[in-house]
Write a protein that binds this ligand. Sequence first.
Ligand code: NG1
Ligand code: ZN
Length: 558
Amino acid sequence: MNEHQRSILLHSASRFSPPPGVKLSYGTAGFRADASLLESTVFRVGILAALRSIQTRSVTGLMITASHNQESDNGVKVADPSGGMLSQHWEPFADALTNAADPNTLLQLMDDFATKEKISLEGAYGGEVLLARDTRPSGVFLAEAAKQGITSIMGVSATDMGVMTTPQLHWMVRSRNNGMEASEHNYYDQLSSSFRCLMEYIPQGNRNNIVNDKLIVDGSDGVGGEKLEILKKMLSDLSIDVRNRGDGVLNEGVGADFVQKEKVVPRGFGPVDVGFRCASLDGDADRLVYFSIQSNSNKIVLVDGDKILSLFALFIKEQLNILTEEENGKVNKSYQARLGVVQTAYANGASTHYLKQLGLEVVFTPTGVKYLHEKASEYDIGIYFEANGHGTILFSESFLCWLEGKNNELSSTSKGSEQPKAALRLLAVSKLINQAVGDSLSGLLLVEAILKHMGWSMLIWNELYHDLPSKQLKVKVVDRTAVSTANAETVVVRPVGIQDAINAETAKYPQGRCFIRPSGTEDVIRVYAEASSQEAADSLANSVARLVDRFLGFNATE
Ligand code: NG1
Ligand code: ZN
């Protein structure tokens, strides 16, 4: 790098010293920690996002959020030019950059990386980073640090989008790089118009059956509630009551993570809501779960990411079947779209069984949307979801091209038949669903559209299959990196011996399944157990948590 660039960086980096003794790592959701520890990290991630923009000659994104974590935490992650997560081969550089002890070490790292990755630091290319934050108060000073980091790279500008949901920012990055307009209004416009298109093609028979009761949404007191308020004004076929719009404490007793893990009624909901369709978003609105409230109880019936995935898969399969159905005595075989479903070990066993029995190809990846997203992109239509409600649908360019062509051909030759409608529905889904990243707002509109299409209540949807009872626990350990896993996190390879002990415990329970893995976002080992009854799942999870403590806990002797 030239002297001018060097002096700009030395000057700005000296104002953002890393807190002593803190080592952070770019996990499944970027860097996360108590907000007070993050200023220098966010500054340095600003630098990283700028370098990535220069290297790819494209717009990148920087999002400041700690999603479902408590309000005092914050985090930062980079959106790649595709709108997806930062390319994995940049993660070690992110770690090294954030943990560099002083400005000179930082510059040396940058020099080495820039040479290796052929990134010009001479200001020759005008890069751009879109920057946004969730509603956490700490986001304000962290966004300033990010701007300083981005603009300390010559030729790169920071465009502050203000308060956005994580998926909105990813959508904007993707749209900008596809040469499309990418304002917040464009986002609402695309979602609402594709939703209207799906409404238009609801089968005649189901029109009278329309599910017209209102939907109540828990905004987790985060950014999702206020954005949904804007979006809902653009929809005429849907009545939405938004609760927890930001007047209470973010993620405290509310939100998708709370609802999915605790399975109890979130704050702001009560007995008057019994019988209604309810949904919860998380703090940055990239997760979505549905639920209904049981009468005379604070328990909920949870309709999680696995069931949203099943609903989407069912609908898409139905449209594909219509498109390839026999017409005039011959099967339309012009395009065999590969439809794939991607899950993680957290997917309820009953959902996997259901999807396979529909004849779908189901594959597994480790936890973390970057893995699911990558796998899903191998299909013409790849649907992925984590049980916690994070997921989306990806369409291949070649399939969308074929669909456009099919639509043009059919609209002239088969007017009024179901085939052109199926093509239009799939095209509308590809526009409604956020293909950059899981998005609770677009996911919610797709769920609502499909329920109306099917003429289903939430009760019928929930009956697609019955979840096996499950239990999740977390165990604090001395060093979570002591655990390493294989086979999409279903088998522990280190520490030696623990997997045999888990197997022996699991074998005691009918339909038992259990695995452990180190969390990528918290300093804990997570335990997941499934069995034929809730008592059995609880008991299996507890026994395995004790095993984890014995092998890795603070009193472990090995
Ligand atoms: P970790 O902390 O690695 O389990 C959690 C979620 C992931 C993913 C990330 C990112 C569970 C069990 N894990 O990761 O699925 O969503 O956060 O937000 O829900
Ligand atoms: Zn989130």
